[in-house]
Design a binder for this molecule. Structure first.
Ligand code: FAD
Ligand code: DHB
Length: 386
């Protein structure tokens, strides 16, 4: 088989890239190791920046998103027995986020044209990255001009780059997030980010009848150590900390534990291989940036590939990594900062705790500090930077 761009991975990055390329008349094939039902039901992120929504709409995948997505114009920071609203409508007028599950984004993108995706492909490997790239898999081979590595953090494309080419930057955190989806109406209209001495908790949602929650847990914890009763009592202990707030419990329909990690590889390209999304960088989920960054990478890559095919210039492809990394590092900093601000660290000393409270007080009382949080949270515009 021959195609112009061979894409490894049918997550948001690979699927969106395939559609944006098709809109520019560029052919692609997406190779995915899991089944369609698996990728469509994998529960992950939920917060879409305005630019992500606009990009999905441009790709033709916005119809259900615009109908069912929940537009939010603020979030609450809850700590020390009080809630504080970060009001996007006042601090960054006209900008908002949309709450819509990542697996719904994936479903919508696949439904646009399932024929470009090959599911349940095993043994994927990439070859001749410098000059004539090819992707092989059990029972097949794809010859292509370029390969897009959209296969997430544990994929095979990044490790296929020869030793010594990539530099990686990393932070590990001494805790994980336990996430649940529950059949119960949200207990508040907006997201609540709660910092407590027991650890962090997040109240989010998917629809008027489905809620999403996260708890900071120990890195050593497993789902077995968190039966439903323990999850709800811990969520209550961390969220019912302001007068008049009651958390409604319900049937837990999905749960999972995600380790927290920060990771960047530089450059995000080698020869004719371009890495996008989690294959190139990971952020802890506190800032809700992972999915949004993947979309931003794919926009840059689409424009660079279109320039190559339409004008015969490799300039934008050569600059791909540099063009992505400024946004990547902004999101790295914001996600690390939100994580540090809101979580309880095992190693915390009283001095560090006082600093944390001082910064929370600052962010919730100074318009300048709150604006910094708000403009990063809703997402900086594309093309932002020096
Ligand atoms: P992925 O979505 O990881 O897609 C990569 C695809 O490649 C997958 O379908 C995978 O099956 C496929 N693949 C991997 N290896 C191969 C191979 N060898 N051959 C073929 N296919 C392969 N972000 C937030 O903002 N908020 C959250 O709450 C949040 N929760 C998360 C929970 C988990 C468990 C994880 C892993 C991530 C979470 N994220 C969250 C991050 C966010 O979901 C990611 O940033 C986003 O999925 C990135 O999209 P992607 O397309 O780059 O990668
Ligand atoms: C959700 C996930 C996040 O990482 C976040 O910061 C906010 C909301 C969610 O899944 O709804």
């Amino acid at each position: 088989m021959r195609t112009q761009v061979g894409i490894v991975g049918a997550g948001p990055a690979g699927l969106l890239l395939s559609h944006l390329l098709a809109q520019r008349g560029i052919s692609s094939v997406v190779l995915e190791k899991h089944s369609r039902s698996y990728v469509e039901s994998r529960v992950r992120a939920g917060v879409l920046e305005q630019g992500t929504v606009d990009t999905l709409v441009e790709a033709g995948a916005g119809e259900r998103l615009l109908r069912e997505g929940l537009v939010h114009r603020g979030i609450e920071l809850r700590y020390g027995g009080a809630g504080h609203r970060i009001a996007f409508d006042k601090l960054v007028p006209g900008r908002a986020i949309t709450v819509y599950g990542q697996q719904e984004v994936v479903k919508d993108l696949i439904a646009l044209d399932p024929s470009r995706v090959r599911f349940e492909v095993s043994g994927v490997a990439v070859h001749s990255l410098e000059d004539s790239p090819a992707i092989t898999f059990d029972g097949g081979r794809v010859e292509c001009d370029f390969i897009a590595g959209c296969d997430g953090f544990h994929g095979i494309t990044r490790p296929s780059v020869p030793d010594g080419v990539l530099t990686t930057f990393e932070r590990a955190y001494p805790f994980s997030w336990l996430g649940i989806l529950a059949r119960v109406s949200p207990s508040a209209e907006e997201l609540i980010y709660a910092a407590t001495p027991r650890g962090f908790a997040l109240h989010s949602m998917r629809s008027p009848t489905i809620s999403r929650f996260y708890l900071q847990v120990s890195s050593a914890d497993t789902l077995e150590s968190w039966p439903a009763d323990r999850i709800w009592s811990e969520l209550r202990a961390r969220l019912e900390t302001v007068p008049g707030f009651t958390l409604e419990a319900g049937e837990i329909i999905e749960s999972g534990i995600t380790p927290m990690r920060s990771f960047v590889t530089e450059p995000m390209q080698y020869g004719r291989l371009y890495l996008a999304g989690d294959a190139a960088h990971i952020v802890p989920p506190t800032g809700a940036k992972g999915l949004n960054l993947a979309v931003a990478d794919v926009r840059v890559l689409t424009a660079a590939l279109a320039r190559f095919y339409e004008e015969g210039s490799s300039d934008a492809l050569d600059a791909y990594s540099a063009d992505c990394l400024q946004r990547v590092w902004r999101a790295q900093h914001f996600s690390w900062w939100m994580t540090t601000l809101l979580h309880t660290f095992d190693t915390d000393d009283p001095y560090a705790q006082r600093l944390q409270t001082s910064y929370l007080d600052y962010v919730t009382s100074s318009e300048a500090a709150a604006t910094t949080l708000a403009e990063n949270y809703v997402g900086l515009p594309y093309g932002w930077g020096v």
